[in-house]
Structures are given as structure tokens and as C-alpha cells.
Design a protein around this ligand. Sequence first.
Ligand code: ATP
Length: 363
Amino acid sequence: MAVITLRELTKVYPGGVRALDGLDLEIADGEFFALLGPSGCGKTTLLRTVAGLETATAGTVRIGERDVTRLPPGDRDVGMVFQDYALFPHMSVTDNIAYPLRIKKTGKAERHAAAAGVAAELGLDGLLGRRPAELSGGQQQRVALARAMAARPQVFLLDEPLSNLDARLRLEARTFLKKLQRELGVTTVFVTHDQAEALAMADRIAVMEDGRIRQIGTAAEVFRRPANLFVASFIGSTPMNLVDARVRGEEIEAAGTLVPLPAEARGLVTDGQEVVYGVRPDYLDYSATAAGGAFHGRVVIVENLGSTSLVTLDVGGVLLHALVGEGSEPEPDERGWAVPRPGRVLLYRDGDLLDGNDVTVAA
Ligand code: ATP
């Protein structure tokens, strides 16, 4: 178990792609940490650079007290689970799990006993003699996890570990993995492009864009107070409403409507300044009766999401989304009000959240 510390970490691939751009990051001992971001932002490169499968162009990687920047993967004391599991097809489950111990030259009897122990922890006991092709996707994923655990590494590195599972199995595996990580208490970094997965599983999340970290925080912090417009538009299963707006004295003019200026923005903006007004559909209540400080418009579409519905309201040509609960869905073409919840409105100026808040934002 160990702290992972990255300083000024840079990776430029041959050909000139700058996949990591002077990244600073500290992952706490025992933390379950997610690297989240769109395709190509550098998540896998970051994980592989910590694992030693890629060499940093500049900067340092420390695991615990050791500077491992120039060490080969085998000397870093990390266990890795790859997206495609990378199990050896010709080997039994036991031999797959025991493989890292074989590399460490552990004796056969000892490594088989260790493999059996880990397999039992992961509910694989009955499958030890099988080959990977004779296992389900979920079982293969557990074998890959067991292999990563076998040598009892200081750190687990997981690259999209759930993406090859179908939706139902993924939910089960998510719960299983989170519980396992809690029990083992091993510092774990996992890469995902699925924000629901990151929000559900991680203690903290780094949201990445173009080889940089745009925000680090807990699920609640990145969801409730995205530090910039990139994170605001990336996080949330229904995208945040982001509307070009202008300060008008003690109010904000957005979508042709005067709405109250959020309390925490007072004193930080001046009259006439351009800002972006942000509010999640989750925090915009729909009302069929007139309400003050609300957006008035026509219901364009109502989408059923199960226990909620997403209402799209046309407010003078600007489309706003509001989530409504079961039984209070409006009809298309009805006119109504979208009422922002006090304390849930965010203002962005020059792309950054305006409130002098306490979220940790990497430079
Ligand atoms: P994805 O979610 O699609 O896996 P990612 O966030 O993990 O993406 P990386 O795979 O780390 O992103 O890639 C970051 C950037 O580096 C991309 O522009 C990618 O094209 C580039 N890249 C990755 N591997 C190499 C390589 N071996 N040689 C050259 N460029 C590479």
C-alpha cells in the first residue's frame, strides 16, 4: 500500500503527440482513484506510465518512498488489469493467476497455494483447472483481477476493467470491485471514460482533457461544482444547461429572462459582464403555474427516463432541460416555467467557475 506521486509528468510519443502535459497528481494511500475523460485525453498513457509500460519523457513517478520513473514494470510492485484482460489462452486459471509469482521465481507449490487462496477470495474456486475460453466474461474479468492480486502488489492499476462486460454484469462487477478494494485497502487507479462508473466507484476523480487534469475532486464535488465549462459539460448523465448570459445589476439576463444572481457570485462580477449561466436539469423544477425568477417557455419534448422524465423547454429560442418526477410530466406544446433551485446555479466567466470555491483545480 502506498501513495502515488506524479510530478510534472510529461509523455510525448514519437511523432510528437503530447499525451501527458506536465501533470501533477497525488493519490492517497488506499484510495480508489478514477481517471476520467474523453477518448484520447491521455488516461491510458498516464496509467501505463505509472505501470512502467511507457517511459515518461519528463517528470517523475513515485510509489511510496521510491522513485520508480526509470524502473521496469516488474520492479514497480504494481498489479495491472487490462481492458481485454490479456489472459494467457493456453494456461489454466491457476497458472494464469500464479503467473506474476512465477515471474518472481516463487516455487510451484507456493504459487499454486497463493493462486488458490486468491481464487477463493474472488469466488473462482471451482474453475481452477479451466482455460480462459471456458469461462464467461465476468469470470475472465475476475481471473484478471486475481492475477493482479496474486503477488500482493502495493498498487492496482485498472484500465477500463468493466468495459467488456454487458450492462447488467457491469453493475454487479462495479459493486464487487468497490467492495474488494475497500477490503484490500490497496491504492487503486482505474481508467474509465464512463462517468457513471467513476462517480459510483471512486473516492476521488481526476477529469482529464488533452493530457491535463481539469479538476480533481470527489464525485459530489465534480458533479455539484464543476470547476470549468469542460467539466461542467462532461459530467452528468443529462448534460448541464449552459446558457450565454450577461450580468444586469443584481440579476442575470439569460435566455431573454432576468433571474437572480447567485449569492456566491456577488462582488465577483460587474454590471454588463458576459458570463455563462449553468444549472443542471436535476436542479431545474418544472411548474405549470407562474413563478418568479423562472424561465418561461413552451414544452418541446418530454423524454421518459424511467422514474423521471426530461422536459425540453423552448425559452425564446434557447432550449433548457428540466427533470421532472413521475406523474408531473407536462404535455408537449404546453407553456410552463423552469424554476432554478437557489444555491444550485453556477456562473462561469472565461470558462472557469466563479465563486472562489474550494474545489481543487490543477493548473
Ligand atoms: P481512450 O479512452 O480512447 O483509450 P485515452 O484517454 O486512454 O483514450 P491515450 O490512449 O492515453 O488516451 O492516448 C492519448 C493520446 O496519445 C492520443 O492522442 C493517442 O492517439 C496518442 N497515443 C497513444 N498511444 C500512442 C502511441 N503508441 N504512439 C503515438 N501516439 C499515441
